[in-house]
Write a protein that binds this ligand. Sequence first.
Ligand SMILES: [Fe+2]
Length: 240
Amino acid sequence: MPMVDLHLHLLPGVDDGCKTMDDTVAMARALVALGFGAAAPSPHNRPEYASREVALQRLEEVRAELARLAIPLSLDVNAENFFLDETLLSALPTPQSRRVGAAGKYLLVEAPYTSPLPQLTDVIFRMKLKGVTPIVAHPERCLEFERRGRAAEAVQSGAVLQLDVGALIGRYGKTPQRLARQLLDDGLYGIAATDLHSPVGAEQWVGESLRALLKHVGAAAFGALTETTPGLILKGQPVA
Ligand SMILES: [Fe+2]
């Protein structure tokens, strides 16, 4: 089964990810070479970046270009939302909220990197009440999750945690690397993703990261994190 990437900045000119369609095509080729068959590009949902409408238009343009070039990577709608966005909860579950795939049962959301997030479990709970499951992007890179037991509380509250695979090879520094290994050992991650922002070196470093993940967790858990669970999320189905 091909892998599914639910966190990457593939669309050109919408955020701090790919700048041009050439970047996008190069990134898509790298993903296919690594064994990915599907992706849900997740532009940052922030006032300084492109709107939902522009991102949707860009998604259609990239789909057409990948089809023209016969690059076998299917694409779904998505966005990387921000926990501190005051409109995030009120927009759920209206069409204005930028959820994962056509099913829209999940929402990718990132915590602040360097400030605490005491409202974490309360926000997760309120999202679940609205029928949407938050996927917490790269907790290993966020201060709140350095607090012992906080990641487990998020999972118990109903969130899915997403590993940035590059953390395993130290791409974001020593603390995220240590925390990523700890959360893997504790079985707290639901999915793994690339969070690619550029095609430069992508095949090499993501390949190295995926090999590190496979070595750390074994084939069964690797398949769950990279194929089965992200695939269920895209379809809007429940995950364990
Ligand atoms: Fe991201």
